[in-house]
Design a binder for this molecule. Structure first.
Ligand SMILES: NC(=O)c1ccc[n+]([C@@H]2O[C@H](COP(=O)([O-])OP(=O)(O)OC[C@H]3O[C@@H](n4cnc5c(N)ncnc54)[C@H](OP(=O)(O)O)[C@@H]3O)[C@@H](O)[C@H]2O)c1
Length: 360
């Protein structure tokens, strides 16, 4: 069977490069088009990521695939989406707002950008958590008159938090959450990104717009789809998002208040067993487990845990009672921001959509 043709828009950026890495030898998708801004248009991919001084700014741990290196980069505004089966977009929200509806007229668009995340007819799918929300795609297509659709990924900080909360919410009910993040530098992208001089030996206590995204998205993901609408979960979510001197992997310190009493052993077992049904489908980008629980109190750490199962598993540790709140618990998690939190997470959703008739 021939593979589905995929375009990557924003292919030169950090998330775009992770799309290239994850699709390099993919059994379902084949990269047939690359696009970026007019700055890169008309160049070969290798030239588009080469600086004036000659540095090739390839960021991922696999070698730049030769076929991709010599492909021509198109201007995203000129990309003919009807020539591919799926468009993966990895551009900032501003260009995404203009480009994605244009592509969606003919073709499904899976996006890492926030531009459409909060629209009522747009689901936010986290693999293994709320795949049933994909039905909203039918409503979106009907309402907007599109052959394709727009399906954004949740924000990279939301991803780890929502993975840790989803099993707890199902098993015990979550009433209240407080989260403090320590986010990696790659989360800010390459342009403009974070300047080394500002972040080394430092912590920046504010990431514009991030806290609102985490709070809204968590409620949407954990919400229920009823009569063609997502009813947001009723949980008090509060967060403080900070940037730290770590290359990849977001660390989050979470305090959660559950609706009923439970034990450390029960929570650990709930996390460890989470997502088995989804994982049984055997999707190529799926990890063996969505959540890994550490008993070692010095874990998780971003450097040691972000690449667990190629960055597709949320690592959790330091689970303990919070004696100051009823049914309160505390823990720390690490989640890979450019893999499960962006490109490869998007691809896992695409694999599920291809298997359930929404792609191809
Ligand atoms: N980095 C992460 O950890 C992460 C995680 C989750 C979600 N995201 C989201 O993913 C998106 C991309 O982030 P990133 O970190 O990859 O950013 P980035 O490294 O700065 O890359 C931005 C990409 O967008 C392209 N671009 C810029 N302006 C454009 C325009 N007007 N039209 C078409 N393409 C344009 C750039 O192309 P040129 O090279 O030609 O300028 C580049 O390919 C953002 O929405 C971000 O919020 C990022």
């Amino acid at each position: 069977m021939s593979r589905l043709r995929a375009a990557i828009v924003g292919a030169t950026g950090l998330a775009g490069q992770q799309f290239i890495a994850a699709l390099a030898n993919h059994p379902t998708f084949e990269i047939t088009a690359l696009a970026a801004s007019s700055r890169s248009a008309g160049k070969t991919y290798k030239d588009a990521i080469r600086t004036e001084k000659g540095a090739i700014q390839w960021f991922t741990s696999i070698a730049l695939p030769e076929k991709v290196a010599s492909m021509s980069v198109e201007d995203a505004e000129q990309l003919d989406a009807s020539k591919v089966d799926v468009v993966f977009t990895a551009v900032e929200s501003g260009p995404a707002k203009l480009l994605e509806p244009k592509y969606a007229k003919t073709t499904p668009v899976l996006s890492t950008a926030s531009a459409f995340r909060y629209e009522a007819d747009v689901p936010l799918i986290l693999p293994g958590v709320n795949a049933e929300h994909a039905q909203l795609i039918d409503t979106q297509r009907k309402q907007r008159g599109w052959k394709g659709y727009i399906l954004p990924n949740p924000n990279c900080t939301t991803v780890g938090l929502a993975y840790s909360l989803a099993p707890l919410h199902r098993a015990y009910g979550v009433k209240r959450v407080h989260m403090v993040s320590m986010q990696s530098v790659s989360g800010a992208g390459r342009s403009p990104g974070v300047i080394g001089l500002d972040i080394i030996d430092n912590l920046i206590p504010y990431i514009p717009d991030e806290e609102g995204k985490v709070e809204k998205e968590t409620l949407k993901i954990l919400g229920t789809l009823t009569d063609g609408k997502i009813e947001a979960a009723s949980i008090a979510v509060s967060s403080t998002c900070t940037r730290v001197s770590v290359l990849e992997g977001h660390t989050e310190v979470v305090h959660v208040e559950l609706a009923r009493a439970t034990t450390e052993a029960e929570i650990t077992a709930t996390w460890r067993g989470f997502g088995r049904e989804f994982l049984a489908a055997g999707y190529p980008s799926a990890p063996p487990a969505l959540i890994h629980v550490h008993e070692d109190p010095f874990r998780p750490q971003p450097r040691l845990d972000r690449d667990l199962n190629d960055g597709m598993t949320t690592a959790i540790g330091r689970l303990r009672r919070d004696e100051h709140s009823p049914n309160g618990w505390k823990y720390v998690l690490v989640s890979h921001n450019t893999k499960m939190g962006a490109a490869k997470g998007c691809i896992l959703v695409a694999e599920h959509l291809a298997a359930t008739g929404y792609l191809g």
